[in-house]
Structures are given as C-alpha cells and as structure tokens.
Design a protein around this ligand. Sequence first.
Ligand code: PEP
Ligand code: MG
Length: 747
Amino acid sequence: MPERTESDSRKLLRRLRDTLAIPGQGQDRLNRITHLIADSMGTEVCSIYLFRDPETLELCATEGLRPESVHQTRMKLGEGLVGRVARTGLPVNTANAPSEKGFRYMPETGEEIYSSFLGVPIQRVGEKLGVLVVQSRTARQFTEDEIYALEVVAMVLAEMTELGLFAGDVDGMRALHKQPVMIRGGTGQEGAAEGRVWLHEARVVVTNPVADDPLTEIERIRAAVGQLRVSVDDLLAAESLDKDQKQVLEAYRMFAHSRGWLRRMEDDIALGLSAEAAVEKEQSATRARLEQVPDAYLRERLHDLDDLSNRLLRILTGQGHDTGAEMPENPVLVARNIGPAELLEYGRKLKGVVLEEGSVGSHAAIVARALAIPLVIHADRIVTEALNGDPILVDGDQGIVHLRPEETVARAFRDKIAMQAAAQQRYSSLRGLPAQSKCGTVTSLMMNAGLMADLPSLDGSGAEGVGLFRTELQFLVRNKMPQRAELAALYARVMDAAKGKRVAFRTLDIGSDKVLPYMKPQDEPNPAMGWRAIRVGLDKPGVLRMQLQALIRAAKGRPLSVMFPFITEYGEFVTARDVVMAELDREAAMGHPVPETVEVGAMLETPSLAYAPKAFFDLTDFVSIGGNDLKQFFFAADRENERVRRRYDTLNVSFLRFLDHIIARCAASGTPLSFCGEDAGRPVEALAFAARGLRTLSMRPASIGPIKALLRRVDLAEANAVIDRAMAEGHETIRPALMDWLADQPE
Ligand code: PEP
Ligand code: MG
C-alpha cells in the first residue's frame, strides 16, 4: 500500500462529503462509504459497525466481507476486536488478527482470510456510535499515518451520524437522540415531574466537519486558541480567586498554551477536517482517555481539558451558552452540574432538575429542595443523550429519569403525578387542623426554610412556623458577602411573611460542605469535623455579630428566635449567647428598638452535647436536634457518602435510646425540644419520634400534610408501647415492628 499523503486524506474526505451529498437512503450511503474507504485506503475490506443498543454492535455495511452477514453479525461491547475498540474508545491495529487476544471468529463474514486489522472508534465527544474497520490479506501493521487518517474519517462519520445522515432505512441503526432512554441516578429531591428538556448549556452543533481550505481553517483555529488564551489569562487576573479556583485556572492556562494540543488539531485540519471537527476529534480522544485513567487527579485535569474544548468550540462556532433557543413549556433543567445562584435564577419555573454530577448535600440540591423541585443526581450521560425540547419524566422518589419515554411509561407516570396531587389535595383539607393523635397528644409541625421562595409554603402547608431557617442559603447564593442592611431587610421580609408565626433563625452554618464562594476555603482533611458552623462564628465573630445585628433590626421590636448550629459543649453556647446579649445592649444603646422577647437556642448535632452539664439545659431557651449531622456522628457514617449514608437505620435502637436520653434531659430541665433533620419529614421516623415524646418536628413543607395525616390517625401511647416491646425483645431496629403495627391501623 502506498504511503498516505495529506492530499490523499483530503481527497477521501471530500469524496466522502460528495457521496453524502447525493440523495439516497441511509443504507445506500453506508454502502457507498465502505466502498469508498476501502478503495481509498487500498484495503480489501472496510466495515461499519454501529450500536444497535448501548451493549450491542451490529455490522451495518461492508465492502469485502460477505454481504449476507450485514445486519446479522452482532457482538457485545468488549467482545472480539471490534467490541474492544468500542469499549476502550482506542484503536486496535494488528498484523495477525486471529492470533490477537480476544479475537472472535465469525464464520458468516468470511473474514478468516484477512490477516491485518485496523479498527477505530466512531465517537462524538463521549458518545460511542460504532466502530470503523479496515482489513487486508497481507499480514502487516498499519502505519501511524493510516491510523490517523482512519480516525479522521471516523470523526466525519460520527458528525454525519449526529446530523442524521444515515437515519431512515438502516435496519438496526440506533437513531440518535430519538429512542427512549431510562437513566437510573440518585434522589436529590423527591417528587415527580413531566416536562421538556432545557439544557443549561446547549450542545454545540458542528455542521461542517469537512473543509476544503486547510489554510483558512488553520488560521481560524489559531485565532480561536489565541482568543481562548486571552480569556483564560483574564480570568486568572481576577482578584477574588481562591486557591482552588486559581489551581484550576492554572491548569486551564497550561492546556490553552499547550503546543501539543494545537499541533494535533492542526494535523487534523491538514488531513481535511474543519477547525470545529478537529477540536471535537481531540475532545473525543481526551474523553476516551478519561475513562481509562484510574488516577482521580489526572481525571480532573482531563476534565479541565474537556471544558476548555467546549469553550474553544463556542468561540469557533459563535454559539454562546445562550443559543437564542426558546425555553419550552414545563422546562426540566438538564446539566452536568449547576451552581446554587444559577439554579435560583431559574426559580420555580423549572418543573424538575436532572444533573450528571451533584450530591445530596450540594448547594444545588439545597436550592432544589427549598424550591420543592424534583431533582435527580448522578444521571449518567444525560447531557449527551438529551436534546433541547425532548420529552422527559423525572422521578425524584426513585432517582430515575425517562427521556423520550414510550407512551405507556408516560401514562403510568401521569397516574403517579395525579395520585400525588390528589393526596396533596387531601392534606390541604387538614391544613387548619392540629396534628392531634387519637390519644389526645398534639405534635407541633413546623417547616424548614432558607430562602424567600420558601415562605409561601407557610400558609400552603399549614406549618405552625419555621422551625429551622437556614440563613447560610442567602450567603451561598451570592457571590459576595451580603451587607448588614441587606440582610436586615431580608429577615424583616421573612418575619413579615410569617405574620407573627415563630421563625427560628439559625445563624450562619458554613464550613463542611457549605463553602462560601467569597471566603477563603480551608484545606481541611475532614471538613465535616473541622472548622465549621459556630466554631467559625466564635473564632471570627465579625460575621456572626453582623448577622445578629441584622436580625435584631429586622425584628423591629417583634419577638426574635435565634439558634446556633453545631454547639458541641456548654462553654460554646455560653460564649455565643453572650454575643447575642452584647449585641442587644449595643443596639439598645444606639437607640434601636430591641425585640419584645429573645429566645436563644442550640442545635444538638454532636453526641457530646447530650451529655453536657445540666447548666446548659437550664440556660438554653430551646434545643433543636439536627438529626442529619447528629446521625452522621453517632454512627460515624458520612451523610454525603453514598456508600454509607443509608447504611444505618434512624430507628436503630441505639439511636432511639440516645434520643430517649436527650428527651429525658430536656424534660428534666423543662427545655423545649424539637427535631429538625430530614428524618422528621419521614412518616415512620416522625411517628417514632412523636411516640417517644418529641413534641415539635420541623420538616420540608411538602412533608407536613402526610405527617399530619398519619399522626392524626394513630394513638401515640400505643405506638410507644410497640416500640418499647420491640426494644425489650432485643431487635436491632424497631422499624419492622412499628410498620407492622401501622399497617393494622385504620385509615
Ligand atoms: C441537621 O444537621 O440535621 C440540620 C438540620 O442541619 P443541616 O442539614 O443544615 O446541616
Ligand atoms: Mg446540621
């Protein structure tokens, strides 16, 4: 075979493009292409294998293999040499295919006479579409140039597949972005929604993979890379960068200035690709490498390069984030990840959110929860699969997404949504009634909040007040520290909206997973047990004092309720409470009205506080159990770690005994006690807590109706006896016993 030259490749690409310009059905086009490639590469065989489903490849066209094997020969991902190319996303080049490890003989193709094999992936930025293969009788290794040329052809095929040029009559061909896809992720926020995809960052569409004039394309890519370099340098020059942001941008700069990257793209262009297609080809190669790298740090860096490629594509195509597309009705936001401020900006107009990354405790999840928008996280490949406007169902309860669902699935889903709506209707009829159980005990149900957007739920849910107002959310959604006057106005609006109902403002709870974008992040080995919450407040009291002043001013003489997060020992509470008293004196001295009454409470989130001196329980005006944190420290199980976060049951008798102890200590000193972690909003847990004597539960607004309905239909004394019995019988958890009993209770 003659050495390939650049002009050979360009000629091939041009012939490819011309062939595709001829009107025809998909199968005809594929046949013509295989003929063309074999002819141009000087090989006896050229075959195109495409994915029939995500696990199966099918021979869709061939020049040289037996025609009857087309659409008959199939292999699993990873099976044989073709399967290996598809799985790894890397070429396989061998002079003696039958002796290659993993070779699978497929007699129907008649391929046994071909010794050399070169297979390259057909892929488009992370999306595997198939495999392109050439084979020849002569036993020889293909040259680097040949591999490269075939990769370039595969790249063009990928773009053309994306543009739908083969869709139509090709039997077995996976019509891209057309078929239903079900993705199993994780629950970020419960709830069900039906809507249409709205991509946070729209895909860049490359319509011109082949270019005639390499010189112009090289000029274009150089200019675009130049622009990219300037933009990264500008970002780096910003003053407000923290160490991590700087590090990421330094890596960006390194890649942006990398000669190798630009050179590879220029080589691609020399072979006939357009500048855009060259960027995508290198991006695909990076993605394929990304999947192979076990080292987390290196993977991150390759992610950086991926981001940078996207920026470069946007520069080249002029397609910004805002493509001018119109947001569909009932939009469901789909993104790799999203910041809390951006999500808040979309606000309640979103029906649902689906993220490829994200975590239960991420700020986006916190905002989605506050807005009561169903959220699915870890939805693998959703960004690649989804197109703007695609129908989508979000099942936040199961953590499942149905993209372009079949009508039967959509119908079943609509039934589920209707049932949930009917239940909400039922609950709203209980809105004005107390959560009074059959034994006469009344449990006070409050809601958790953190944004102004939450407050309309106060009326709607029937909550008696706000048991936990997470003030850090207002800090997290901004990009600079809020001013005192701004906060005072906001807190005043919260109190106005509460119309005299109690709002327990929790002072800033930052650190751990909640890192303010404008505060220097701490490099801590274990931030959940590090410098966080009240520890920061006491060591750097400036922000705490400013926040307390804002709260006092917002109250304008009305009652004020404040609580401190993460109090671990008595002394911390004394010091924090003293700050409140000092600020009250200061405000009074300045002639500002002071609140009519001030309650100062503590959140019990570390086991140690349950064993604090009696003086603590006497001094604090109330205690609120932060079950999310308390449980993670009690069971030594990270609340953010998917592997362990659900491992231990809240109704485990060890934890219940511990709660009993806290309830007893508060009872002994007459200290009001509430529970405000997520478990308060879960039916069986809430029932157990109420039965054990917790008289106030604070939860997300959507849980108030179901919990109230449940508590009203049971006798707490009976439930308590069931728990006592299960404990005495030595069970590890009382859940089965309580659920059995509950199943027998009349509706
Ligand atoms: C808790 O820890 O239970 C709690 C309510 O606080 P947060 O979830 O905000 O840490
Ligand atoms: Mg907490």
